[in-house]
Design a protein around this ligand. Structure first.
Ligand code: EUG
Length: 602
């Protein structure tokens, strides 16, 4: 009936569990957890559920097949998904469904979860899937929250949870500044291991929340906030199990006896790595990652800007500074509404009305914050020893202050629990947990991201902001935009927060997202990454020359995965036997994720 037992159990530590929290963040995690359960009204699921069957497979065949896999992997490593769907929260997330569900939570559920313990066992799972024509869906750790979490796109797929048993750091090289990882290594775990080894000269790059898998985040082309923020660009070398069961190593990994797998990403011949990111062409079982040298000092800085319209001028100032590396990291430019929400209090503390929270209320609350009233807050980082930083920071100060009303916030005036310090740690390679606090804005808070890419131009920033604002007003969703500034482009991340226990609000938010994707595409903008339920639509916007790119992806899919077993539908790529059967999710399909069966094996 209640979730008191869930709420009262302690947060697992990294020393106890591969997905656990490092000691230094335990108190913060306990507070975050209390906040999450304080606003939870969604009844806890208690009853067992009807077992789910993969499409195109008979129940009896499926049961026999699972029995066979149990013999190979061991009984503890094969689980049927017929138990109650237990939501947990970020640190204790489920692999049975999408914790941040936007559809009915029974839509995107696996039929079973399996836990291979080695690359060989991943191969066995893949061969098994081919034998019985069972769709499988790999996850590293399942913390891709806001983009689908652990869920498979095809209901009834068998989830291959790699992280539980494949979570070793295989190598950290203090000479080459590289590491070699398995899928279950989180940013928390990698940071912890480097600290424990005393390698103070090595930095990692972390995203907003550090619980995710380094491999998972990188192959989904996630972003962090140091100069090494483009994770995909910073990886070197993959080991991949193909959909037919063979294993390959990419780049220098293909050369037996090499010592350059993690230092030279390309090897010889076609650069294959690309087809294993945001795809369903293979399961990455090992990945090399480059590490950043400790720059010998760092200094976080922050500026606020008063008016919404300042965006245009500010972005024009940022572009040349960023391209020339005076602004050195992937910084964030955040909107005041999210600044308020990231403090972790529910919206009802400030406003009890319907529709979006009024500007007057937002600014009244903002005026009481340590950083004062504003509309935009820029969080940046300068690296190097003091005299090097001073040179760059003085240029930045002169340029930013050209915006009327711009204010530099002196960090020494900010209390230790201020969000600024979380950004300060993230931009200097220390993982954090603070970000997810804005999920408490709504009861049973869930989030899903709209993530278009644009050049670093004032007109583009303004156009995307206005476009998002218009649709948010229409659907009554508070606007949480943050611009993450890469080297020549920006990822605008708009997080839509909703009550996941309220079907009406879920539908509103999904409708709003579908409009946003459509509106953006009409202006020539595309998303850099998206949620499972939006993948067909987003892939459909990348349709130059009569969909030539998707046709190419489908040819690769049919060649590499003739039985169509590997994560069907992921990133909009459907294997042959699913095509033309209504599996694509569009505006018209509403909340239904399932098509009309699959073609029989040929
Ligand atoms: C965030 C950042 C992302 C993303 C999703 C969420 C964090 C928002 C830069 O990429 O894809 C504050």
């Amino acid at each position: 009936m209640s979730f008191l037992d869930e709420a009262q159990s302690d947060v697992p530590l990294l020393s106890e569990k591969h997905s656990g929290i490092p000691e230094f963040l335990l108190e913060k995690a306990r507070e975050a957890k209390a906040g999450v359960f304080e606003t939870r009204t969604k009844p806890k699921a208690t009853s067992d559920r009807r077992p789910v069957i993969p499409p195109g497979v008979e129940e009896q065949v499926f049961v026999t097949a699972l029995g066979e896999l149990e013999k190979q992997l061991g009984q503890d490593n094969v689980e049927r998904n017929n138990k109650p769907l237990k939501d947990g929260w970020y640190m204790e997330h489920p692999n049975t469904h999408d914790l941040m569900t936007i559809l009915d939570e029974e839509e995107l559920v696996p039929s079973a979860m399996v836990y291979p313990g080695s690359t060989e066992e991943v191969q066995q799972v893949v061969l098994w899937a081919n034998k019985y024509h069972i769709p499988i869906s790999p996850i590293s750790m399942g913390r891709n929250l806001g983009y689908g979490g652990a869920a498979p796109r095809v209901r009834g797929s068998v989830l291959v949870d790699l992280g539980r048993r494949m979570n070793k750091i295989l190598d950290i090289s203090p000479e080459d500044y590289t590491c070699l990882l398995e899928p279950g290594v989180s940013f928390f775990a990698l940071h912890d291991a480097i600290k424990k080894k005393g390698y103070d000269h090595l930095w990692i790059d972390v995203p907003d929340v550090g619980g995710g898998s380094v491999i998972g985040n990188t192959v989904d082309r996630g972003v962090g906030y140091t100069p090494y923020g483009d994770h995909w660009a910073c990886h070197s070398g993959l080991e991949v199990v193909l959909p037919t069961g063979e294993v390959i190593r990419t780049g220098m990994g293909a050369l037996p006896g090499n010592n350059t797998w993690q230092t030279f990403p390309y090897g010889f011949g076609p650069y294959s790595d690309g087809i294993f990111s945001q795809s369903n062409f293979g399961i990455v079982t090992k990945m090399g990652m480059t590490l950043m040298p400790n720059p010998g000092g760092h200094e976080g800085f922050m500026y606020t800007f008063q008016k919404e319209e300042d965006l245009n001028q500010l972005i024009e100032i940022i572009r040349p500074l960023r391209i020339s590396n005076i602004l050195e990291n992937v910084a964030q430019l955040r909107h005041v509404t999210q600044t308020i929400a990231v403090r972790g209090r529910p919206r009802t503390d400030f406003y009890k009305g319907e529709g979006t929270i009024p500007d007057s209320v937002v600014h009244e609350v903002a005026a009481t914050l340590p950083i004062g009233d504003h509309t935009w807050a820029y969080y940046g980082m300068s690296y190097g020893p003091p005299h090097i930083r001073q040179y760059k920071l003085s240029i930045i100060d002169t340029e930013f202050k050209k915006v009327p009303g711009a204010r530099r916030i002196d960090p020494s005036t900010l209390p230790p629990d201020e969000y600024f310090w979380a950004r300060d740690r993230i931009a200097s390679g220390t993982p954090e947990l603070h970000e997810l606090r804005w999920v408490n804005w709504m009861p049973n808070g869930a989030h899903i991201a709209f993530s278009p890419v644009s050049p670093i131009r004032g007109t583009d920033a303004t156009k995307l902001f206005e476009l998002a604002k218009k649709r948010h007003d229409e659907f009554g969703v508070d606007l949480f935009p943050a611009f993450c500034v890469g080297l020549r482009e920006m990822h605008l991340i708009v997080e839509l927060v909703y009550d996941r226990a309220d079907p009406k609000r879920r539908k509103d938010v999904l409708d709003c997202l579908r409009h946003l994707v459509e509106d953006a595409a009409a202006c020539g903008y595309g998303e850099y990454r998206t949620h499972l339920v939006l993948m067909d639509q987003v892939a459909g916007t990348y349709n130059w020359n009569d969909g030539a790119l998707m046709k190419f992806h489908e040819r690769l899919k049919d060649a590499l995965d003739p039985n169509g077993i590997m994560a069907p539908g992921r990133c909009g790529i459907w294997p042959k036997k699913y095509r033309n059967r209504g599996w694509e999710m569009t505006k018209a399909s509403g909340g239904n994720s399932q098509g009309d069966g699959v073609a029989p094996p040929s």
